[in-house]
Structure formats: C-alpha cells, structure tokens
Design a protein around this ligand. Structure first.
Ligand code: SF4
Length: 60
C-alpha cells in the first residue's frame, strides 16, 4: 500500500487533487490539501503526483 503525503509548505490549495480524487484528498479550511484515505483504487496516485502544479504530492 503506497503512502501518500502532501507537503503543506508547498501546496497552494488549487483543489486539483481533490477534484480528481475526492476520496483521497480534501482541501481543508487552512487552504491546504490533506490526505484522507490513500487506499482508494479509483484514484491514480501517480497521475496526481504528475499533475500537481507545485509537486507537493509524494507517494512512497
Ligand atoms: S494539486 Fe497540489 S497544489 Fe493543488 S491542492 Fe492538491 S496538493 Fe495542493
């Protein structure tokens, strides 16, 4: 199971990851995306890593 993290100092809260994987990411009131659950098979995490405009998403 991959571990997913969002670098809070880099994320700009654009919401792209939340739009694509709402079960995994949530932009909270602090304006930063947080990881809720990274076990959603419907989410292509690699694609999210590539699409994040500031490279804030890391998958280990
Ligand atoms: S796509 Fe990247 S910058 Fe945008 S909310 Fe998600 S982690 Fe933050």
């Amino acid at each position: 199971m991959p571990k997913v993290t969002v670098d809070e100092s880099t994320c700009v809260g654009c919401g792209l990851c939340e739009q694509n994987c709402p079960n995994v990411f949530e932009v909270q009131s602090d304006g930063i995306a947080h990881v809720k659950d990274f076990s959603d098979p419907a989410c292509d995490l690699k694609e999210m890593v590539e699409q994040c405009p500031v490279d804030a998403i890391k998958v280990e």
